[in-house]
Design a protein around this ligand. Structure first.
Ligand code: ATP
Ligand code: ZN
Length: 226
């Protein structure tokens, strides 16, 4: 018998703000996903595809290292990881197959409510806490502002009140969390949506055929949602 070709691997967030809609997208494309228990790998029953369910932060690297063929990820994380990997001299290449219609959010700088904010120059000499040091550093550089960037992976919005930072740079959707922490949105530095990415140099004929079959379905699902 012919050697069975390897299954196409798609990385998606296991649980969080992108997981429900990522899964719904694949399901509407006809993938029958067996999501039993909390498995890392879910087999698609009716196509030669495996779904890798991981933390969103791991998805860009999995695609850039060629471990996953496709990935569904927020542009904010994709861009942050990409910038960091370029600095570290690691491969940071990928192709965007589609910008998706979910996961919308903005990365913003927020300052204490009582503070007068008069543009990026108000940040000169300040300490800013963020989970996105590369995106923030790029923005500050573009603005010609010197500020100290402090990395926090969680509880970023409490940093100013805790005396850890003067300002923050964090994801915002409604602004309610900012307000609850005595902060106000001062500057939007990045607008993000979820995207479907493909690893560079994917050239397996079967995989390409499968992707070519899936793409019109994805476009169709998005059009139907409009
Ligand atoms: P994980 O455990 O996978 O690392 P997480 O806690 O880092 O999850 P989530 O909060 O689930 O991440 O957010 C995942 C992505 O969802 C964000 O990186 C962003 O692209 C998108 N997103 C959409 N709306 C929001 C929002 N209001 N706040 C934060 N992220 C949002
Ligand atoms: Zn994460």
């Amino acid at each position: 018998p012919a050697i069975e070709s390897k299954r196409l691997r798609i990385g998606m967030q296991k649980s969080g703000r992108l997981s429900t809609e990522s899964q719904a997208l694949l399901t509407s494309c006809g993938l029958k996903i067996n999501l039993r228990e909390q498995r890392l790998i879910a087999h698609v029953e009716n196509m030669p595809i495996d779904i890798l369910r991981v933390r969103d932060d791991d998805i860009p690297g999995l695609v850039m290292d060629g471990v996953c063929d496709l990935g569904i990820i927020g542009e904010n994380v994709l861009e942050e990881v990409s910038l960091q990997r370029q600095i570290d001299n690691e491969s940071a290449e990928y192709d965007v197959l589609a910008r998706l219609d979910f996961g919308g959010c903005r990365l913003s700088i927020a300052v204490p409510q009582e503070e007068e904010y008069q543009g990026a120059s108000s940040l000169e000499g300040k300490t800013i806490a963020t989970t996105y040091p590369r995106l923030l550093t790029r923005y500050l550089k573009q603005q010609g502002v010197n500020a100290r960037v402090v990395m926090l992976t969680g509880s970023v919005e409490v940093a100013p009140r805790a005396g850890l930072a003067d300002a923050i740079c964090d994801l915002v959707s409604t602004g309610a969390t900012l307000e609850a922490n005595g902060l106000k949105e001062a500057e939007v530095i990045y607008r993000s949506k979820a995207v479907l990415i493909q690893r560079k140099g994917l050239n397996d004929a079967q995989h390409l055929k499968l992707i070519n079959k899936l793409m019109p379905r994805i476009q169709g699902v998005m059009q139907a949602n409009e």
